[in-house]
Ligand binder design. Sequence first.
Ligand code: ZN
Length: 164
Amino acid sequence: MQVENNKVVSFYYQLRECLGGEEAREIENNRKGDPLAYLHGYRNILLGLETELTGKGVGDTISVTLRPEEAYGLRNEDAVSRVPLKRIRQKGKLKPGMAVQIQTSNGFQDAMVVKVGRFNVDVDNNHPLAGKTLMFDIEITDVREATEEELAHGHAHGVGGHHH
Ligand code: ZN
């Protein structure tokens, strides 16, 4: 079965950040756990990955390099802001580089701590992978028909997928 719209695809991946030339640094991989499962054609993963996976099958391996514009966007240096400590949802001591959630009028927002003051914290609202060229090495482990429930929800259920 080939990867196409309305199929649930499972894969192992290694994600590396390109540091220029041949240099790369691993950011994460899921080899030690279950493959990731997603519903193809619903933008549940980066569009550039969906495009490369289309038409492939179980056992195929692909390597994709995505520029920041094709992945999580360029870094916006204006996205650093100062927020009161009480709006940060985090147990324990805050440290630079730590991922936190900030309470906003639109709910909780992910951010990274840049600097910790006595009453305020400077946070970076850029996506942690913004500005990075990303290299994905993917091995497809399963392709199956989506269930009607998965199609209605717009995401994959079960192992490696969405849990309610
Ligand atoms: Zn669901």
